[in-house]
Design a protein around this ligand. Structure first.
Ligand code: DQA
Length: 155
């Protein structure tokens, strides 16, 4: 018999991607590689399946849209994986949104931002995140999902 009760629904994790990440695969491949965002999405769904969670994978080039999705996560998601792209280094609004929702979030960067220009060494959202993963490419998304799923199991 299939259990269709709401309690059997796997916890949902929002995987949010910021500006220019839609160009992954084409954009500065010497830094970001040849993997596309669709590849990263497929990887996340596959990993989520093994972890017993579900993923809503999204990308926007607009700061306010990212803020709206973080607000939405307050009632809809159990965790957030966030690659805010360049907004990482500028957006107090995204940091405030994360603080406002209180949903556990992990910041991810494909590249090792600490090996790059000094302006990439500072992150506003990191001040509101439980952890940060940088420089491991798409695997960083998988590790972030694993960490959030582990937290959920323990809570
Ligand atoms: C990035 C790093 C940011 O500094 C940059 O602006 C990006 C991508 C990363 O995934 O390595 O757009 O977040």
């Amino acid at each position: 018999m299939t259990d269709a009760s709401p309690s059997s629904t796997p916890p949902l994790i929002y995987v949010l991607n910021g500006p220019n990440l839609n160009l992954l695969g084409l954009r500065e491949p010497q830094i970001y590689g040849h993997v596309t965002l669709a590849d990263v999405e497929a990887l996340c769904h596959q990993r989520a399946l093994g972890l017993g969670v579900a993923v809503s994978f999204r990308q926007s080039n607009h700061e306010g849209v990212l803020v709206d999705w973080i607000h939405e996560a307050r009632t809809e998601a159990a965790g957030i994986v966030l690659n805010a792209g360049a907004y990482t280094h500028t957006s107090i609004a995204i940091m405030d949104a994360l603080r406002g929702t209180g949903v556990p979030a992990i910041e991810v960067h494909l590249s090792n931002v600490f090996q790059r220009e000094a302006f990439r060494h500072h992150s506003y959202p990191a001040l509101a995140c439980v952890g940060v993963i940088a420089g491991l490419g798409p695997m960083g998304y998988e590790l972030a999902l694993e960490a959030l799923a582990g937290r959920l199991k323990r809570s």
